[in-house]
Design a protein around this ligand. Structure first.
Ligand SMILES: [Zn+2]
Ligand SMILES: [Zn+2]
Length: 73
């Protein structure tokens, strides 16, 4: 059975509000949003680059989209 480890702090994606492990996502250096892996890296290749220390911009910034910013409560 799955038990959340209390020592691990989970983050919330600013785009989809998904709760994720911070090591799987990151903060985009351009739009400053905290994003899950899907919205920050977008692909397995990008995620691998992230593991190597490469800090890419998020998917929205790379595509030139206006980042959607959800209001924090
Ligand atoms: Zn997300
Ligand atoms: Zn961004």
């Amino acid at each position: 059975m799955a038990v959340l480890q209390p020592s691990r702090t989970l983050a919330t994606c600013d785009e989809c509000r998904a709760v994720f492990d911070p090591v799987r996502g990151g903060v985009c250096p351009q739009c400053r949003r905290l994003l899950c892996g899907d919205h920050y890296y977008g692909s397995v290749l990008r995620r691998l680059q992230g593991l190597l220390g490469f800090r890419p911009r998020c998917v929205a910034c790379r595509e030139g989209r206006e980042p959607k910013v959800l209001r924090r409560r």
